[in-house]
Design a protein around this ligand. Structure first.
Ligand code: ACO
Length: 323
């Protein structure tokens, strides 16, 4: 049986940290309001001249170092991002160039906050269809550049960063223990497009635009959609919530994560939570959280790990991995 196995994980956060107290000097908000409503303490912000592809390259290098591979060993680069350097070419081709690669293929994937989960499922399909042997799946965002820094309802929620994994093809004997991606589920419903969107783009205004969000509506849909797709993924693989060792959700907001955890019946100690330190980094949030939990020794070989995300579109999805 062919499986896509995670060989290495890495992440990168820009140096500059913006605290809630600093934000409160720009807009009418407070550390207390932000922490209580969404559980965010701080976010990292990319420096001027530091682009999404730069963040992605740093995370990719760390993932490759953890995997013990070099760019020569990679034949597919997927960058999940909503904030590419340019309208085109893709951030992924810029990452390919910055890694000194002339071989393989590279493209961006746009599913907003669900982008990394979509990217994992896409790379898994490429591997299982003999299109790739070893992929870099990267979630990278400079989301700070989409924010209206005078709008307190959105600017407090997001941050910049990148996370990456090396996903590798493995041929397992039929009786070998399961490893790698076991099952996944992806969904979208474009009827919800205007609940969370950016009011700009090449085909509409010709500008970049800013994030707009109906916060209560997003909240209302989030928990149900997250839990549906998690149950669906577990069902496909023949597992239940009790079998899970770790739940690594998209880090939008502490109350959404806790709501989903409670509805699933997961003990809080199995839920990886980094939203306090990273804020919502959109497509980067899942690999950033994963990278933290691998680095601190929580996620270990043999563990059953559920990745999940939901975001603009709406898009949502989950993927189950035997580590
Ligand atoms: N600081 C202080 N006050 C604020 C702020 C802020 N940053 N933002 C809004 N307020 C005020 C509002 O103006 C309003 O004041 P008013 O009553 O005088 O009009 C009051 O707080 C309550 O506003 P609501 O919008 O009703 O607040 P709510 O309880 O819905 O909380 C929140 C807002 C936290 C955004 C919530 O709706 C939420 O968590 N939604 C999910 C949004 C999310 O996570 N989006 C991330 C992207 S989506 C994804 O990644 C899945």
């Amino acid at each position: 049986k062919t499986r896509s196995i995670i060989r290495g994980v890495g992440s990168y956060l820009p140096e500059k940290i913006l605290t809630n107290d600093e934000l409160a000097k720009r807009v009418d908000t407070s550390d207390e309001w932000i922490q209580q409503r969404v559980g965010i303490k701080q976010r990292h912000i990319a420096a001027e001249g530091q682009y999404t592809s730069d963040l992605a390259v740093e995370a990719a290098k760390r993932a490759m170092a953890a995997a013990g591979v070099t760019p020569d060993d990679i034949d597919l680069i997927i960058v999940a991002t909503t904030t590419p350097d340019y309208t085109f070419p893709s951030a992924a081709t810029l990452v390919q160039m910055k890694l000194g690669m002339h071989h393989g293929m590279a493209f961006d994937l746009q599913a907003v906050c669900s982008g990394f989960v979509y990217g994992m499922v896409t790379a898994d399909s490429y591997i299982k269809n003999d299109l790739s042997k070893r992929a870099l799946v990267i979630g990278a965002e400079t989301f700070s550049r989409l924010l209206d820094w005078t709008d307190r309802t959105t600017c407090v929620l997001f941050g910049d960063g990148a996370g990456a994994v090396v996903l590798e093809k493995a041929e397992l004997a039929d009786d070998a223990p399961e490893q790698g991606i076991l099952a996944s589920a992806l969904r979208s419903d474009g009827h919800h497009w205007d609940k969370l969107y950016v009011d700009g783009g090449p085909s509409t205004t010709g500008t970049t635009g800013h994030v707009h969000m109906q916060g209560k509506e997003v909240f209302r849909h989030a928990v149900g959609k997250i839990t549906d797709v998690v149950y669906d993924t577990l069902d496909k693989a023949g597992y239940t919530v009790d079998d899970l060792d770790w739940f690594v959700p998209h880090q939008a907001n502490r109350r959404i994560i806790e709501g989903a955890g409670t509805k699933l019946g997961l003990p809080p100690e199995k839920v990886v939570m980094t939203v306090g330190e990273h804020a919502n980094t959109s497509a980067a949030s899942v690999p950033l959280a994963l990278s933290v939990a691998v680095a601190d020794g929580r996620i270990k070989s043999g563990d059953l790990v559920m990745l999940e995300a939901m975001g603009g579109g709406f898009t949502w999805g989950a993927t189950l991995i035997r580590w």
